[in-house]
Write a protein that binds this ligand. Structure first.
Ligand code: GCB
Length: 609
């Protein structure tokens, strides 16, 4: 009997610890808070058998009666007879933020479990709250502080945090993560993707300090369709009523005082004239301050409107052509995810060199800093969640996971003027189950943010020379966006593709999300020779001719800015684990097609002046 009660207790415990989706969304503007960086060198142990997590009966140590026994205890041998089969202090170190695949040759292709540990000093004060905050950990993170489990988080590209107020010690603390990046069918993304599955703590880690009743979230944006009606909302982490909050934008001489309601919230809409609107040409950001008697949060926020009107996309009421390019969160020059502002600036500057006003941050949420840079540099953004290819459409847990990732993305980036599109997925195959999954995601995006466009990268099919788009999901989203690979995966040589015509069911702006073909930088031949720069150049020329026949064409994000690493790409001469569809090579050299696209964008800039 006792044994059954204990097992029930264990099951409940394991359910509790595995529920990560219910966890509150991440704190707004972490950089604008009182933070201590936990970045730097972390010791790590590669643990393919999860020896530090399960005992020899394969029961998790952290769900045992004592909750101890795993590597998260971070033990050191106290006397010479003590048996401890791990030792963080004498284990190698890696940089955080940083994926493990690019930091150790042995781990280049590793998908599995790695333990990471950092020791840090803290001086917690009475009456304050403390959180550990992770910008992103790929994919499943079990987090422990001083031997106590804080929780689990799934999802490799969105931020999360844990309240450590009761676990943080004065002096030395030990934070330990078990990170698992094994691909699984029911996860988001699923097993099959065309990018490197970089594992580890890939974005910043902070210890953040807050007053007791702190501001966990806020929003300041123009109301849909208006160029002077501002929507301002604040949420305290708890339901404290009567907390005074001041919003100010000194440059506009705007200052407003509020008191939180019984739910610890403020919601207001007010007119403010003479705003200079944000656009790629004039990326105006205002210094915004939100404060209480105990907190002082600074942000930089731009204001703009984005709408669809028939075939047109209106930015601040004016028709625009989205001169875009897709990109991954990866540095082609130094393996790994983009790690610093310098890396990110390099990528966005390359897009600007091509005269882009728009980027598609494929296929998952990129770093918050990237979006802030896009705000500053004047690039519109398509932001996406990794609902990619063959997701488990009928599994409710998979849907909950996708919804949580989409929610976290929207919560994180809702104050960024650059973001104009929330993308709910890429190339998802038609079925009823998928339609309902995707429609619900579209609804979620709209319910969280009605000021931006909702879209997805769809697929087309061919009948003769007609390329047809009639995916029923098209009804539910604002743009007609699709990927098509005429001249590469189908349709003959580049010179043959201009014969194709498009038959699109929806009267909405067309923003082509992908086309392209591989070229090995520096390999020159005639335009019918695969992998040559000339082939890719001809492909771009003829794609532009073909796509220009679409009357409603209002933008594109060809695939892709730079070559990127992918285990699916195995040709030993031309690929070597690189997808070569970049317009910039792995060494940073612009390929011929780069200039074809730039020319086209120069023309579009004049046309849409
Ligand atoms: C696609 C995918 C993208 C791939 C690309 C390719 O349709 O959306 O993730 O990398 O094709 O190169 O095949």
């Amino acid at each position: 009997m006792l044994k059954t009660t204990y097992s029930v207790f264990l099951i409940c415990l394991s359910l509790l610890s595995s529920i990560s989706y219910g966890q509150v969304t991440a704190i707004q503007n972490i950089q604008g808070r009182k933070i201590q960086s936990l970045n730097g060198k972390w010791n790590y142990i590669v643990d393919p058998y999860e020896n530090g997590y399960y005992d020899y009966r394969h029961d998790p140590f952290d769900q045992s009666k004592t909750g101890t026994g795993g590597y998260y205890d971070d033990k050191i041998q106290k006397d010479k007879s003590e048996l401890i089969e791990y030792d963080f202090d004498h284990s190698p170190q890696m940089n955080v933020p940083g994926d493990w695949n690019s930091q150790s040759e042995k781990l280049e292709l590793y998908e599995g479990n790695v333990w990471l540990r950092k020791k840090f000093d803290a001086k917690p004060e009475k009456g304050k709250k403390y959180f550990v905050y992770f910008g992103a950990v790929n994919y499943e993170a079990h987090v422990y502080l001083n031997g106590k489990k804080l929780g689990v988080h799934k999802g490799g590209f969105t931020p999360f945090q844990f309240d450590v107020t009761n676990n943080l010690k004065v002096g030395e603390n030990s934070i330990v993560l078990k990170v698992d990046n094994i691909r699984k069918q029911d996860e988001i993304p699923t097993v099959n993707t065309d990018w490197w599955n970089y594992g580890g703590i890939t974005r910043d880690v902070y210890l953040a300090e807050f007053p007791e009743h702190f501001i966990s979230d806020y929003k300041l944006q123009l109301v849909k369709g208006s160029n002077n009606l501002l929507n301002f909302s604040v949420k305290l982490a708890d339901a404290t009523a009567g907390q005074e909050i001041t919003l100010s934008i000194p440059e506009l001489k705007l200052e407003k005082k509020y008191k939180t309601d019984s739910e610890g919230k403020i919601v207001d809409e007010f007119i403010w004239n003479n705003l200079s609107l944000w656009s790629p040409e004039t990326p105006k950001l205002y210094a915004v301050n939100i404060k209480t008697d105990k907190e002082n949060i600074n942000d930089k926020i731009g204001f703009r409107t984005i709408q669809v009107d028939g075939d047109s996309i209106l930015l601040n009421g004016k028709s625009v052509f989205l001169r875009g390019i897709s990109l991954h969160d990866e540095n082609p020059l130094i393996a790994g995810r983009l790690r610093s502002e310098g890396d990110m600036r390099m990528m966005l500057q390359w897009a600007k060199d091509m005269n882009c006003n728009y980027v598609r941050l494929a296929h998952y949420p990129h770093n918050e800093e990237m979006i802030r840079l896009a705000d500053e540099m004047g690039l519109l953004v398509w932001a996406e969640v990794p609902v990619y290819w063959t997701i488990s459409w009928t599994n409710p847990a998979t849907y909950a996971n996708a919804k949580k990732q989409l929610t976290d993305l929207i919560v994180r980036d809702k104050n960024r003027a650059s973001v104009i599109v929330w993308s709910i997925g890429n190339e998802t195959p038609l079925s009823d189950a998928r339609l309902s999954f995707m429609s619900n995601l579209a609804e979620t995006a709209r319910s969280l943010d009605d000021t931006r466009l909702v879209a997805a990268a769809l697929e087309v099919h061919r009948e003769g020379n007609n390329i047809i788009l009639n995916d029923p999901l098209g009804e539910k989203i604002d743009l007609v966006s699709f990927n098509e690979y005429a001249g590469w995966y189908w349709g003959g040589n580049p010179s043959e593709i201009t014969k194709y015509n498009f038959d699109i069911k929806y009267k909405k702006p067309v923003v082509v999300t992908e086309f392209g073909g591989d070229a090995l930088g520096g390999f020159h031949a005639d335009e019918n020779t695969r992998w040559s720069e000339e082939y890719q150049e001809a492909l771009y020329k003829n794609q532009i001719t073909m796509l220009s026949k679409i009357g409603a064409l209002r933008g594109m994000t060809p695939w892709i800015l730079t070559d990127f690493r992918s285990p699916r790409r195995q040709h030993p001469i031309y690929q070597n684990f690189w997808n070569r569809k970049g317009l910039i090579s792995e060494t940073g050299k612009k390929k011929k097609a780069f200039f074809v696209l730039k020319d086209f964008y120069d023309q579009m800039q004049v046309k849409y002046k």
